[in-house]
Design a protein around this ligand. Sequence first.
Ligand SMILES: Nc1ncnc2c1ncn2[C@@H]1O[C@H](COP(=O)(O)OP(=O)(O)OP(=O)(O)O)[C@@H](O)[C@H]1O
Length: 268
Amino acid sequence: MKLKRDISEHNIISVNDVTKTYLGGTFTAVDNVSLNIKEGEIVAFVGPSGCGKTTVMRMVAGLETPTTGGIQVSGHDVQGPGPDRGMIFQAYTSFPWLTARQNVEYGIKILGVPAAERRERAQKLLEEVHLIAAADKYPAELSGGMKQRVAIARTLAQKPEVLLMDEPFGALDAQVRWEMQEMMVEIMDVEKKTVIMVTHDIQEAIYMADRIVFYTRTPGRIKEDVYMDFKQGHRFTSKEDLLSQPGYLEIEKQMFAWMREEIQLQAA
Ligand SMILES: Nc1ncnc2c1ncn2[C@@H]1O[C@H](COP(=O)(O)OP(=O)(O)OP(=O)(O)O)[C@@H](O)[C@H]1O
C-alpha cells in the first residue's frame, strides 16, 4: 500500500556549519556540516563506517557538543538531551524487571504523566507496535524484534517531536528487520514524527527515508543530499511495491557507487 507523505514547509532541525574534532583538535570527525530538516521528514544518514553520521546524530540529540557551529531544534539551541528528541539504539534498552507494558509506561511516569493517561498511551502504542499479546511479558521472554518494539513504543510514549534512531534494526535478522522497517513506515503515518535514522543498510535507507544524506569518509562531510523523488510523494508499506516503482534501481545503483567511491578513496 502507498501512504501519502506529509511534510511541512517548516524546518524543525537546523545544523549550522558544525565541526566536531577529537583528540585535542588533531582529528576531525565531522567537517563543516550544514543541514535543514523539515517537520515530518524521514532522513537517513548513510556513508562508510567512521564517516561521522552517528556523531552528527548524537550532536542533534545533545549527547555530544559541536566543536564549532550550532544546532537548533524547534528554534532552540541544543544544549543537551531533552524529551523533545527520543532516541532508539541498536542495543535493546528495556528494563529487565519490568514487563513490556511497564517499560512503555516507565519513561512517562518519570515525566509526571498521570496513571490513567499512561495506561491509555501505553495501550495505544503497544497496539501500534503489534505487541498487545505480549504486553505482560518480561524482556527475557521476548525475541529481539519484540524487545525493539518495546523500545520504540517506550520512546514514542514520551511524545518526542523528533525521533533519532541509530542502527535501530542492526541487531535483528533479515526477516525481522524487514518486518520492523514496514511497521515503522506504518507507525510514522500515524505518529507523524521527524526522523533521523543512521544506517549502514542502503536498501533500508531507500525504503524508509524521504531523503538520504550521504557522508564522505573521514572527515565526515555531506557528499550528497538526495530526495527520494521516485516515490512521488509516498511511503510504501510493502517492499514489493517499492521495488517495482520506476527509479528504484537507479537510486540503489547510485548509492552503491557512492559507497564504493568513498571506500576506494580511503584505500588509495
Ligand atoms: N569520543 C571519541 N574520541 C575520538 N574519536 C572519536 C570519538 N567518537 C567518535 N570518534 C571517531 O569519529 C569518527 C566518526 O565516528 P562515528 O561514530 O560518528 O562514525 P559513523 O559514521 O557513525 O561510523 P559507524 O558507521 O562505523 O558507526 C570515527 O573515526 C570515530 O572513531
